[in-house]
Design a protein around this ligand. Sequence first.
Ligand code: ARG
Length: 250
Amino acid sequence: MKKLIALIAVLTLSLAAFGAVAESAYTTVEAGKLSISTSPDFPPFEYTDDNDNIVGIEPDIMALICEKIGLEPNWIAMDFDAALVAPQTGKTDIVVSGVTVREDRKTMFDFTNTYVSIHQAILTKEGAGIDETNIGDYLIGVQSGTTGHIYAEDDYGEDHVAAYDKYGMAVAALTNGQVDCILLDDMVAQAYAKRVPGLVVLPTSYEQEDFAFGLAKGHEDLLSAINAALDELIADGTVEDIIVKYQTAE
Ligand code: ARG
């Protein structure tokens, strides 16, 4: 009997110790969870399926990262503008939304390592006669706060830009003739072109952009844990497999 009690005591103690470690490893907005802001209008990176679940390349990668670091992912959908500022205002721990690494964004959050690169592309109607040489003569649709928005405004002026909260709205504006084209990330342009008949994707000469996740500042431990997990998933080919899976499924 004494032995049994001793055994139970040891078990209880080690369970308690384990629980304490699991709970206190990282300070997050909601204990035990990684709260993630995103704009799920960005296939194949993040979009909603028929059941309104947020799915795509980044949810798959984050699910594996969260498993490795012992946190439960909690996705919170909002417009891209809002998703970018959510970590800074303490609403979420991290923004995962196809975010391009930019110097000016480093004041808002700490970027993780990068895992994929894209270029800006032009999404337009087949036969519209629009390309990079004459795009400045037309009305360009963009999503507010994105790199496409920044480039279009800088290069062609506000009068040539129509900004939308969601890519879905920009694509609707394109199909019904309210804008002539959209400037956006090439993999996403390809995904929309596959979904909407009559749309084509043209390249641009804008610089390569690298995607990373943006973690609220002041969480060094969490940042290195996420980076270590991400690097493992890159090194063993998992990230590449996920990207290929969604590109071919789209
Ligand atoms: N890569 C671009 C940027 O960082 C566009 C990202 C838009 N993301 C989204 N989920 N709608 O500005």
